[in-house]
Design a protein around this ligand. Structure first.
Ligand code: OMP
Length: 280
């Protein structure tokens, strides 16, 4: 079957199995950290990400370009070109557009079109703060993944996400329940839970069953791989259920012309560490 006709969840299941990996390489191309040879080059951002994608494609279950890094440097056309490249060359690897949108329904309609039609992403990250009617427009795109922020990886996530709701549970667990029990009309919702909060990953997993979790925070943010994989595991299905993202630790493994090869070395050791943790 053509991988592109599959739903996001089917793509993920196939990628976990065929790639033997839960690693997601994130593309956060900081213009100041590109190799000198690419800085200021008209398509330097595209070339940087493309070369790292080509060097790591056999090691990942997903790719995740971060929208702001492209938009802030007027590189949206390069983002489009990157996603086209990824879909043409690696149709079996789902692409998550990380833009964390959240707005009223009529506006969200257009954010959904942006992610799925303009950029051709398989999934998009969204912010649930404004409620279900702001998530619904994404769910109407059949088969597309909608990845809802739940317990984010940053310390300030606690400011709101740890507040207790009227039922006595913290807000992030309420979000997990809503996502699993009420909102998942398309069956394609996933949740973001940071690797920096493994105890919370376990609590979310206990609520959401085998729902996929996007887990950023290993690598540059210091999240522990063993604790993360242990907390997010699905009983009886090791090596599945998690999309574990690393961006800067892989992208900037070298500032020289060997950047893609150096990225591969870090991606491979990260993939191997995730595999070893899953096998424990
Ligand atoms: O949705 C995300 O991807 C995300 C959620 C979150 O809670 N924390 C988080 O770091 N991210 C993103 O994941 C990536 C992490 O990058 P590194 O810290 O360089 O690995 C960045 O693109 C963040 O925007």
């Amino acid at each position: 079957m053509n991988a592109c006709s599959n739903t996001f969840n089917q793509q993920l299941q196939s990628a976990w199995a065929s790639q033997g990996s839960m690693l997601c390489v994130g593309f956060d191309p900081d213009p100041k950290r590109l190799p000198l040879a690419l800085q200021g080059k008209p398509e330097g951002v595209f070339e940087f990400c493309r070369d790292i994608a080509d060097a790591t494609a056999d090691l990942v279950c997903a790719f995740k370009p971060q929208f702001a890094y492209f938009a802030s440097q007027r590189a949206e056309a390069q983002l489009e070109k990157l996603i086209r490249h990824l879909k043409d060359k690696y149709p079996h690897i789902p692409v998550i557009l990380d833009s964390k949108r959240g707005d009223i329904g009529s506006t969200a309609d257009h954010y959904a079109l942006e992610a799925f039609e303009r950029y051709g992403a398989d999934a998009v990250t969204v912010n649930p703060y404004m409620g279900f009617d702001t998530i619904e427009p994404y769910l109407k795109h059949a088969g597309k993944g909608v990845i809802v922020l739940c317990r984010t990886s940053n310390p300030g996530g606690s400011d709101l996400q740890f507040l207790n709701t009227a039922s006595g549970e913290p807000l992030y667990l309420h979000v997990a329940k809503l996502a699993a029990q009420k909102w998942n009309t398309s069956g394609q919702i996933s949740l973001v839970v940071g690797a920096t909060y493994p105890e919370e990953i376990a609590k979310v997993r206990a609520i959401v069953g085998d729902m996929p979790l996007l887990i950023p925070g290993i690598g540059a943010q210091g999240g522990d791989i063993d604790a993360t994989v242990n907390a997010g595991r699905i009983t009886g299905a090791p090596g599945t259920g998690m999309i574990i993202n690393s961006s800067r630790a892989i992208l900037y493994a070298s500032t020289g012309n060997d950047f893609a090869q150096a990225a591969r070395v870090v991606a491979q050791s990260t993939r191997d560490a995730l595999r070893a943790a899953a096998a424990k």
